[in-house]
Design a protein around this ligand. Structure first.
Ligand code: HEM
Length: 400
């Protein structure tokens, strides 16, 4: 096989349709073996797009999540966290990762989150109420998709929601590919803020996720001060941004498929399946599943050498026809929910049950309370987050 047969594609790739993955993913998936793509840094990394290869890679302990490893496939040099930042769970490897994850996992189980359901419902209702009382059209991102998950994660981890404008500004700067200087400054600002907040909780523990961890210093896996700040940072960012993007994109997609929306409204018992299908269809958080090989690994018909970077392109895997029949069709009746939108293996999303809870309540309530909800602008006029860390839509003007 020569380079002339299979050209080296660049990554990230642009979507040509807001609802479809970049066409290069299918091209890569159809090649007989995995191949390398060129990153903006100029480095090469393996692109893994087939469902079975992605799952094999993400379950394999020979791949490391350590972004500071010289071979890690960072997209931009400034993404490598400065030594003073703690990368928390997402950048750790076993066995430290396993111990650290165990220390916090109990906070995010299905059983634990069940208790949160009434409060999430209340938060969603309040925001829908405010939309109904306000002017039309309204930007659903600002009025609903952003504030609902932000309020939920703030209350859960014990961060004052009163400072929401500050968090929203920081997360938008960190996530939406700003200049390296701006991104770095935003990270320092939020770290300083959380450093003080965690300090307060250590002195006077509060009844929330960070407060409860701060009350258990020295226990196995319980993060020390710096790592607790890193964990608060990650939970706040990951816990808000991703559900916010999928709430906005999911609303858009359902409005664009009125027959499926009608089926959902007629039978809300279908919502959990619809949420899984939305997660599969968009797969908004893909950069998180990048790794570096620590040993030679045979995968997808090639050998990834120790020290080489590899990208598990879960967006491609979730459209793999070998795993999903009619993969490019959005179908809330699809029975197969074994998608990898939350990743796979040891780092699989810690907040997935929380995300599901929020998304199910958000869609059920929004469409039940605002039956006439519709787009106020054509899809062609919307701006999508094509260059951001997580995919999404910047504004979603709706009316009813
Ligand atoms: C629809 C919403 C969400 C999507 C699509 C999503 C996606 C992902 C993905 C793909 C990973 C895997 C990273 C890897 O393999 O290294 C991940 C990890 C993680 N997510 Fe989420 N996520 C979502 C919501 C949330 C929420 C609400 C929280 C808040 C608690 C959260 C917290 C985390 C954490 C802490 C990790 C790191 C886990 C680890 O490294 O052990 N996520 N997420």
């Amino acid at each position: 096989m020569t380079d002339a047969t299979y050209p080296t594609l660049s990554y990230p790739m642009r979507r040509t349709c807001p609802f479809e993955p970049p066409p290069g993913y299918a091209e890569l998936r159809e090649r007989p073996t995995i191949s390398k793509v060129r990153l903006p840094t100029g480095a090469l990394a393996w692109a893994v797009t087939r469902y079975r290869d992605v799952r094999a890679m993400l379950a394999d302990p020979r791949f490391s999540s350590d972004m500071r490893h010289p071979g890690f496939p960072v997209l931009y040099e400034h993404q490598v966290p400065a030594p003073e930042f703690s990368t928390s769970l997402i950048g750790m490897d076993a066995p430290e990762h396993t111990i650290a994850r165990r220390a916090v996992a109990g906070e995010f189980t299905v059983q634990r989150l069940r208790r949160l359901r009434p409060r999430v419902q209340e938060i969603v209702e309040e925001h829908v109420e405010r939309i109904l009382e306000g002017p039309r059209p309204v930007d659903l991102v600002r009025a609903f998709a952003d504030p609902v998950p932000l309020m939920v994660i703030c209350e859960l981890i014990g961060v004052p929601y009163a400072d929401r404008d500050f968090f929203l500004k920081i997360s938008s700067t960190v996530m939406n590919a700003p200049s390296p200087e701006e991104g770095g400054r935003a990270m320092v600002e939020l770290t300083d803020y959380l450093d003080a907040l965690v300090g307060d909780k250590e002195r006077d523990p509060t009844d929330d996720v960070i407060g409860r961890l701060a009350a258990r210093p020295g226990e196995p896996g319980v993060p020390g001060h710096k790592d607790l700040v890193g964990m608060a940072f990650m939970l706040l960012m990951a816990g808000h941004e991703t559900p916010a993007n999928i709430i906005a994109l999911g609303t858009l997609l359902l409005l664009e498929h009125p027959d499926q929306l009608a089926a959902l409204r007629a039978d809300p018992a279908r919502t959990p399946a619809a949420v899984e299908e939305l997660l599969r269809y968009f797969t908004i958080a893909e950069i998180a599943t990048s790794r570096v090989a620590t040993e030679d690994v045979e995968l997808g018909g090639a050998v990834i050498r120790a020290g080489e970077g590899a990208l598990a392109l879960i967006t491609g895997a979730n459209r793999d026809p070998d795993q999903f029949a009619r993969p490019d069709e959005f179908d809330i009746g699809r029975g197969n929910h074994h998608h990898v939108a939350f990743g796979f293996g040891g780092h699989q999303c810690l907040g997935q049950h929380l995300a599901r809870l929020e998304l199910q309540i958000a869609f059920d309530t929004l469409f039940a309370r605002i039956p006439g909800l519709r787009l106020a602008e054509p899809v062609e006029a919307l701006r999508f987050k094509d260059e951001a860390i997580n995919y999404g839509v910047f504004e979603l003007p709706v009316t009813w």
